[in-house]
Each structure stands twice: as C-alpha cells, then as structure tokens.
Design a binder for this molecule. Structure first.
Ligand code: SAH
Length: 334
C-alpha cells in the first residue's frame, strides 16, 4: 500500500494520519515481520492492522552464484515461481526484479516469454524481492531495474505503486534515478509514464531499426509500429527531460548488418537517447545465435561515427542462466 492509501485507511478507521509514517518506518526501516512488534502503536490499532493486512512472504527456494552475480528463485504464496538477479557493480548492488509470473509479449528470442502470463505480481511481491534479498545478503541494494520476468507496462498500476513505495524517503529510499523500467514498447503506457512525477529511467527494448525486422521478432510491433513508438519516446523525453535507453540485442543474421546500424542511427539521431548493444544470450530452446564479437564492435563503430551515444552491455550471469532473457523459473516450462 502506498503512503497515501495507508493514510486513508487510518483516517477512515478513526486513527491519526501520522501513524502511517510510523508503520512505514517499522516495515521498511526497522523491517519487522509482524504488527505486534510495532511497539509505538496502540493494541487497538495493531488488531485493526491484523484484521485488514497480512505479511506476504516470498520464499527463496534456490540461489545460484557466479562471479559478481546471484540469481534467486522465489516461490510465491500461491506456489508460482519468479526470479530476481543481483549484480555487484563498482557503483553498488543492482537488483533485476520480475513484474509478472510469465509474460504475454511473445518476443521470439526471449526465454521468459515461453511461459505465458499466469498473473501480475502484486506490488508487495515486487517490493518483497528487494527486502528479502537485502536480508539474505546483509547489504543494501542501491539500484533496481525492472527487467526480470514480465512486461512491467502490462502491470502498470502495481508498477507505479512499487516505484512510489521504494522511492519513499522515509521508507526504502531508493532514489528515482536509481530505478529503471524496461518495456517492449506498449505505447499508451509510455504516455502515461511520462505524466508521473518521478524521475525514473526508461529503457526501451527496440532490437530492430525497421518494422519489417521488428515484426518478425517482437509481436508487440504489430500493434504499435516503430513510428508510433518513437513519437511516444520523443514525447517522454520532452515531458520528463530524461535520457532514454534503447536496448538492442545483437542477433546473428537478423538485425546485425551494417545497414541496420545505419538505419538505427537514422532512427534515433537527434533524440536524447543512447543505445545499449546487448550480446544475445543463447538459450537451449531458442535457435537465435549471438552475433560474433568482431561484428558487434563494427556495429558499435558505425553508431559512434554517426554520433550516436552507444555502449556495449557488460555480460553477467550467463553461466547460471541469469542473464537477460534467460530468466524463466526452471521447471515451470516444459
Ligand atoms: N518486458 C520488458 C522487461 C524485460 S527486460 C522488456 O521487454 O523490456 C529484459 C531485456 O532482455 C529486454 O530488453 C529483452 O528484450 C532482453 N532479452 C530478452 N532475451 C534476451 C536474450 N536471450 N539475450 C539478451 N537479451 C535478451
């Protein structure tokens, strides 16, 4: 529940509004696991809280570790499984959280989408991924990326509550510039996202510079064409004054020609944006192949020459299937 919702609950239950901040402090700063531990609340309020709320515990059922990266498999209270990935960077600990059980976007190259959406994650289940992992590792998470299983803009309201809750200064206090949401391009939600009062980073899974190629690998492109997507992103940059990241996975023979690099440059020239080239992580069930290193570098050089801001994503977690597009909660998909 967001602070404002909790305040409303309290007021309509004959309690003082300021109790909300106390409760938030117990939950997110002191991190207690029951209402009875909230010793500055009256017995009466504690019993009202017990009657109306519950602590939804996720269970970590598996942890796999590799250099600088750990993958956590969570069991939700209805036995569904999700994953989160922790990366140790020199600037801090970054957590990649899931937003749904399964995903309906159907991107051809992505392992997570092989399990169709079972349900959206509750806001609490998204927040819990952070709390539980911080407890497990005994360290603070400094950055959150919503890039795990699921399409966050297909779970928009819970995503927005999640952002508000983790951003709250008196609570978990994750700075909005340390939060990144990634979408495959649900255009109307990009416009809605622009209107939010947070300075959260937006990443767009673009992966192709033309409709012809994008149609083949990302079904969402049949609904929202690249032109519409770009218009929404230009609007987002204007309204939010934020720089957008374009994610571009390099798929051998599909989207990695030098012609694609030029078309990509033409597409985003002049925008307040940068391109993150992602070496494709191969998975056993999908036949796409990774572009070879030399060609990725040539692609990168063309973008540079065209004066496009570009980086190549550092690779993490391939050995434990924890890399982008490899998350799928093994055992769920046959
Ligand atoms: N649904 C959102 C959030 C998932 S983010 C989105 O599409 O943006 C996960 C990122 O990893 C996306 O950019 C996705 O396109 C990318 N990805 C998927 N499969 C991949 C793979 N096998 N190798 C590298 N990146 C992959």
């Amino acid at each position: 529940m967001k602070l404002s919702e909790l305040e409303d609950f309290l007021l309509s239950n004959n309690e003082k509004k300021f109790r909300a901040t106390q409760i938030i402090d117990w939950l997110y700063v002191k991190r207690v696991n029951s209402f009875s531990e909230m010793t500055n609340l009256s017995k009466e309020l504690i019993s009202k809280l017990n009657d109306n709320f519950y602590f939804d515990k996720l269970e970590i059922i598996k942890k796999q570790e590799d250099k600088d990266v750990s993958k956590f498999l969570f069991k939700l209270s209805d036995n569904n499984l999700i994953e989160a990935v922790l990366m140790n960077h020199d600037y801090g600990n970054s957590l990649c959280v899931s937003s749904q059980v399964g995903c309906n976007m159907g991107c051809k190259f992505c392992e997570s989408g092989r399990l169709k959406k079972v349900r959206n994650l509750e806001t609490s289940e998204m927040v819990e991924q952070i709390l539980m992992i911080e407890k497990e590792i005994g360290k603070r998470i400094s950055h959150v990326v919503v890039m795990g299983i699921g399409e966050p803009f297909d779970n928009f309201d819970n995503l927005v509550s999640f952002i508000e809750i983790i951003n709250l200064q008196k609570g978990i206090n994750l700075g909005s510039r340390h939060i990144t949401v990634s979408t495959c391009g649900i255009v109307p939600k990009i416009y809605e996202f622009s209107k939010l009062p947070y300075q959260v980073n937006l990443a767009i899974s673009l992966h192709a510079p033309t409709n012809e190629i994008r149609d083949k690998i990302m079904p969402i492109n049949k609904v929202y064409k690249i032109e519409e997507l770009m218009k929404a992103i230009v609007d987002y940059s204007k309204v939010s004054n934020r720089r957008v990241t374009f994610e571009y996975i390099m798929l051998d023979g599909i989207n990695d020609s030098m012609d694609c690099a030029k078309k990509l440059a033409d597409l985003i020239r002049g925008m307040n944006a940068y391109v993150n080239l992602i070496p494709y992580n191969e998975t056993e069930n999908i036949s796409f192949k990774r572009t070879e290193k030399k060609k990725i570098l040539e692609f990168y050089d063309i973008l540079k020459k065209e004066k496009i801001n570009v980086t190549i994503r550092r690779e993490f977690g391939g050995n434990i299937d924890a890399a982008c597009g490899q998350l799928r909660a093994k055992g769920e998909v046959k």
